[in-house]
Design a protein around this ligand. Structure first.
Ligand SMILES: *Cc1c(COP(=O)(O)O)cnc(C)c1O
Length: 365
């Protein structure tokens, strides 16, 4: 038996190490996972209640079209219900976009250090991948525009970019979108949208109203703290949403995910509290990294990427031995670490561990 030629070389996704495994392996009592940009404050109590209320219906298939949730999000975002599609995480929306739009011979453009799922799904579809180097850790929009051809089908813009955390601003993004030919779909991945506090951050829904070839991707996994339930969504022109719906599995989101998401968008207190505490944590981490003389990208999400000035594997291992799980091994940033903004207590524990790792590295030379 031979699988498709274009998947043979694909790596199997390596998740951040689970906390329990790290505790066991290293004999640690306390382990803090700052590897996957999960919400350190958990999720809304309303969401947990909504899940409990759904337990009685566990034997019944979910509403495949997520009708109630779609109506609620459409109202929340002031768009029409036929402009919204849900996926098992925005990961699945990315998968469905690739499935609906990319064929062998098509071209798709993305940054060279960005969220890996764009490339992964494009490769499965056999599309040609065009990677454009980041400029100062940010999507280089003019360079991306220069790569567009008649065969280009999707451009992926991750904003804030994962892993660097940088943003493309309203004016440059609006100009870019106006210059991209209309046969190209522009996917704006805003997984960290709710965390951004910078006023120059694009109003992507306004851009979408003026441009039929834009789809905005958001998720309940990050600020809403529902990562384990797998639910995210896309907002775009009804024609685009219909195409994505044509490749969607009939029951791709669960009852629990739908109910929790519905409750979560109503709990603005939880949302605002998380945003504020994250912004404080971001400032704290930036100040501490500055104090340690470590350069870092301007962070706009709930994570910070910094230059540890030692091989990232060494920094990762040192942090791990002190009970901090981080993310390392970036192709183009061999000495960089990405760390999720945790609670204040977690952030302080991380900085303490980092100082020890740097001191140890200095002694070792
Ligand atoms: C986390 C993340 C997602 C997907 O998250 P889901 O859990 O699948 O909703 C998408 N894009 C980026 C940039 C992310 O960081």
């Amino acid at each position: 038996m031979n699988p498709k030629k274009n998947i043979v070389h694909l790596p199997v996704y390596q998740p951040g190490k689970p906390i329990e495994e790290v505790k066991r392996e290293l004999g640690l009592k306390e382990v803090i996972k700052l590897a996957s940009n999960e919400n350190p404050f958990g999720s809304s109590e309303q969401a947990k209640l909504a899940i409990q209320n759904e337990l009685a219906n566990i034997s019944i298939y979910p509403d495949g079209g997520s009708v109630q949730l779609t109506a609620a999000i459409a109202e929340y975002l002031q768009v029409a219900p036929n402009q919204v599609i849900f996926g098992a995480g925005s990961d699945e929306v990315i998968l469905m976009l690739a499935r609906a739009y990319l064929s062998p011979g098509d071209e798709t453009i993305m940054a060279d250090e960005t969220f890996p799922q764009y490339k992964h799904n494009a490769e499965i579809e056999g599309a040609t991948i065009i990677e454009v180097p980041l400029k100062d850790g940010t999507h280089d929009l003019p360079a991306i525009l220069a790569k567009v051809t008649d065969r280009t089908k999707i451009i992926w813009i991750c904003n804030p970019n994962n892993p660097t955390g940088t943003i493309n601003r309203q004016d440059e993004l609006a100009k870019f979108i106006s210059e991209v030919p209309k046969h190209v779909l522009i996917a704006l991945d805003e997984a960290y949208y709710e965390y951004v506090t910078d006023e120059a951050y694009p109003d992507s829904l306004a851009l979408l109203r003026e441009n039929n070839n834009v789809i905005v991707l958001r998720t309940f996994s990050k600020i809403y703290g529902l990562a384990s339930l797998r639910i995210g969504y896309g907002v775009g022109h009804p024609d685009v949403i219909r195409s994505v719906n044509q490749v969607r599995e009939p029951f791709n989101t669960t009852r629990f995910a739908q109910a929790a998401a519905l409750a979560s968008i109503k709990d603005l207190e939880f949302l605002n509290n998380c945003r504020e505490r994250n912004a404080e944590g971001r400032i704290y981490l930036a100040e501490q990294l500055d104090r340690l003389g470590l350069s870092h990208f301007e962070a706009h999400g709930n994570f910070v990427m910094f230059d540890a000035k030692i091989p990232s594997q060494q920094a990762f291992d040192g942090l791990l031995r002190r009970g901090i799980i981080s993310r390392a091994r970036w192709q183009y940033y061999p000495t960089y670490i990405r760390i999720t903004v945790g609670s204040q207590e977690q952030n302080e524990a991380f900085i303490k561990a980092l100082e020890e790792v740097l001191a140890e590295a200095a002694v070792l030379g």
